[in-house]
Design a protein around this ligand. Structure first.
Ligand code: KIV
Length: 281
């Protein structure tokens, strides 16, 4: 049965950890879905790990729509959350509602995610009122990397920690069905988790969150650099490098394709076509 947002609050209440992963295309969405992962995020980390940009700020609504469509086609069970890219919700609440609507109506997402706390609470409220579930995102919010002065842990000081708690409460009050906590000290993430009824999904926020999310390419060993909070469960980079080198070697050595990969044609057709010109078989 397809996962609905109510499932995540039930899992929190039952103390059942929530595994989440990012995906950006049809084949990996299919694999994540088959693995029984209940929430797939089409993250704007797309910009870094798939499109090769240095940050997420270059990702556009059209990028998100296209990749979300592919993920939706690949997954039949998981809840698909699409990230709202930079500047798709910051300029006005009308933009926020319209663009969230596009991710659901055009791309097929079941929910959207956006970054920020109190400053986006009104937008979260209006989007949820429009019938679109929203996942919040606090702590290290990569779309604000230039404002934050780099990719660093957030909420280390008392004022920052207090503000994060207030932001989390504001998002919950605005209707968010869950909140991603990225690069937050473990004990602070635990406090936020305890204070909320909706689940927290951590990345670099310790084991005290209700769920965990990781970037697919980090987990599979396809990233250039594994972040401190990441864990690599396979080395696909090495497997792919070896496979491609073997393929190129076979082509160079004329070991591929062989007769087994080749379709034959009737000799009579060939004679008609070529006369007596000899053809290597
Ligand atoms: O874009 C993304 O992949 C994310 C996760 C890191 C939570 O926002």
């Amino acid at each position: 049965m397809p996962v609905r947002i109510t499932k995540f609050r039930e899992m929190k209440r039952a103390g059942e950890p929530i595994p989440c992963i990012t995906a950006y295309d049809y084949p990996t969405a299919k694999l994540a879905d088959a693995a029984g992962i209940p929430l797939i995020l089409v993250g704007d980390s797309l910009g870094n790990v798939v499109l090769g940009f240095g940050s997420t700020v270059h990702v556009t609504m059209d990028d998100m729509v296209r990749h979300t469509q592919a993920v939706v086609r690949g997954a039949s069970e998981a809840l698909i959350v699409a990230d709202m890219p930079f500047m798709s919700y910051q300029a006005s609440i009308e933009d926020a509602v319209r663009n969230a609507g596009r991710l659901v109506q055009e791309a097929g997402a079941h929910a959207v995610k956006l970054e920020g706390g109190k400053s986006v609470a009104d937008a979260v409220e209006r989007i949820t009122e429009a019938g679109i579930p929203v996942l919040g995102h606090l702590g290290l919010t990569p779309q604000s990397v230039n404002q934050l002065g780099g990719y660093r842990i957030q909420g280390r000081t008392l004022p920052q920690a207090q503000e994060m708690l207030e932001d989390a409460e504001a998002l919950e009050a605005a209707g968010a069905f869950g909140i991603v906590l990225e690069s937050v000290p473990g004990p602070l993430a635990q406090v936020v988790t305890k204070c909320l009824r909706v689940p927290t999904i951590g990345i670099g926020a310790g084991a005290g969150c209700d769920g965990q999310i990781q970037v697919l390419h980090d987990v599979l060993g396809l990233s250039d650099r594994l972040p401190k909070h990441g864990k690599q469960y396979a080395n696909l980079k090495q497997i792919i490098e070896e496979a491609l080198a073997a393929y190129a070697g076979d082509v160079r050595d004329r070991n591929f394709p062989t007769a087994e990969h080749t379709t034959e044609i009737d000799d009579a057709v060939l004679r008609e076509l070529m006369g007596d010109v000899p053809i290597d078989r």
